[in-house]
Every structure is written in structure tokens, then in C-alpha cells.
Design a protein around this ligand. Sequence first.
Ligand code: ZN
Length: 332
Amino acid sequence: MLVAQVHSNPDVFEARVPFENISTNNTNCYIVKDGDDALVVDTGAPSDEGFAILDAALAELGVDRARLRFFLTHLHLDHAGLVDRIALPGAKLYVSPVDFEAVRASRAASSYDVARRAFVAEGVSPSDASGYARYAVEPRLFDASRLTLAPSCEGDVVEVGRYCFRVMETPGHTPGHLALYEPESRILFSGDHILFVISPSIALFPGGGDGLQAYLDSLAKVRKLGVKRLFISHGESRDDFDERIDWLAAHHLERLEETRGIVGSAPRLTGEEVIRAIKWNVPFDAWEDISFVQRWCIVTEGVVILNHLVDRNLIRREADEAGINRYFCDYR
Ligand SMILES: [Zn+2]
């Protein structure tokens, strides 16, 4: 069986599209169906096998392809990567205008250079900085010109048959991350906002915005909803998601305290030096033993933390004579 019913009224089906990552093997893609109307929530990563799974799931459910619409929680490859193969020309695609712009901007040549210089300013070696900046360029996800884009923001309604879903902005994992809520049944499609297998990574927001504060605010927002069922994008869904939300928030607050402690006990460290002193959840003692892609994730997350602490006046950032950022904690 390729598709499993995971909720009734509204009827929700789940198809698992393969995606190999550090902590997960699949993207959970959901199909909401009522009568002749259907909506796919996230498509999964692009591969022949993934396409075959999603295509067969839609066939098994008897979905009318000509009417099929798509909702993307965020613009990462493992969520938006199959859109081009599965969506018919002209199909309606609900997407965050914030993420859409962030992906477009990341692909501009100037953006790579800005990212590379930002990493160098944190004390990263020029060769590592070039590699990290290359990873920060989002791949091309789909051809928007053949689809009907529906830019979706807080409070927008997405109707599926008799049901009215509401778009919720839950920025953090990406600048424009969206969730989709049905207030009667209190089910929420939460994308990568809340996961059990891993603490979701936080994006570097355009213009140096405080992504971590946005993420913490988004956690509080979902916690207040009183959700009955949470449909997450990776790993098994669980009922103790309120506890998980509390744990995720506490985990970030602990790491902020730890980082502030590092800066306080050793003034003048560079960004990379501070980041390397943080205890990351990786099975390596030496920085050099960590894979390059994982180091990129860690450094990115570290800069997110430093940005937040600087933004909140909890630490101070000062460029030295060479233009490298040094950190101080001289507030009481
Ligand atoms: Zn994902």
C-alpha cells in the first residue's frame, strides 16, 4: 500500500517520498481529499522512485489531476522538488512569497558573494567560506512560469471541498515557513517547524533578521492553538507534540545561555571560535572530523545564535582592524 489514511473528516492520506538525509529517510507528503477536490501538502524530493510513489498514491485515491492543487510548507528541495513532475500545467500552487523571494535572491550572483564575505567576517577561512556560501544558494525548485502561483500569507483560506484551511506563518526553519490549519478538527500540517527526529535547523534570514526569535515566536504560536493532530514532514507523528514544543524552546534557550557563557569567559573570540566552543550534538570531538556539509549547518546555526544575542543586546559584536567580528559580553 502506497498511501495510508491518517485522518478522517477531513480525510487525510500520507505518502512517504524517499529522501536520504542525516536524520531522516523520507518526506511525509499529505493528500487532503473531499469529494472531487484534493490538495497535496508538500511533494517530496525529486527522484524517479519518489515520483512513482506519489503518482501511484494519487491514482490509488482516484484524484482528479486536472483539479489537483498544491500547498508548500516551505521552499526546500525535499518539499518542493517534485512539483515540476507531478503538477499539470496551470496547476495552483500555494507558496510563501517570503520564501519565494528568498530563494530567488539566494540565486543572484551578488548573494553568493555577500554570504561568502559574511562567513569570512566570522573568522571562517576563505576556502571554507566559499564552500559554505555555495551551499547557501538554493537549487532551482520548480518552473513557476507553467503554474498558477498563489502567494499565501497569514489568515489566507485554502478550501478543500467542505473544509476551510487557514494559512499560518511559522517562520524560523525558513524565513517564510507556512503551516496549514483546519480550525474545526484542529489538525495542523506543520512541515519542518516541529520535528521529533531532530531539532529543526533555523535559517539565516535575509538582511540579518533574527530567525531564532522568529522561530521561538512561531513555536509559542502553535503551542497556543490547542492542536489535536499534528502532521509533520519527517519521522513518525506523535501525540506529545506540546511537550516537544516546550523541549525545542528550552533547548534553544539553553544553547543561548551556553553561547553567552562562552563569550563572557573568553572575550575577543571570533564568530567561528565561539561556534566551535559550543557543544553540538555530533559524535566527533575534533572539528576536522565533522563532514563539511555538517560543519556548514553548524556554522550557519551558530551565526543565527550570534545574530540573536547581538540583536537582543546580550553580547556585543565589534569588527577588529582586519574586519573580523569579535564578540564581547560586557553587560551585567
Ligand atoms: Zn524537510
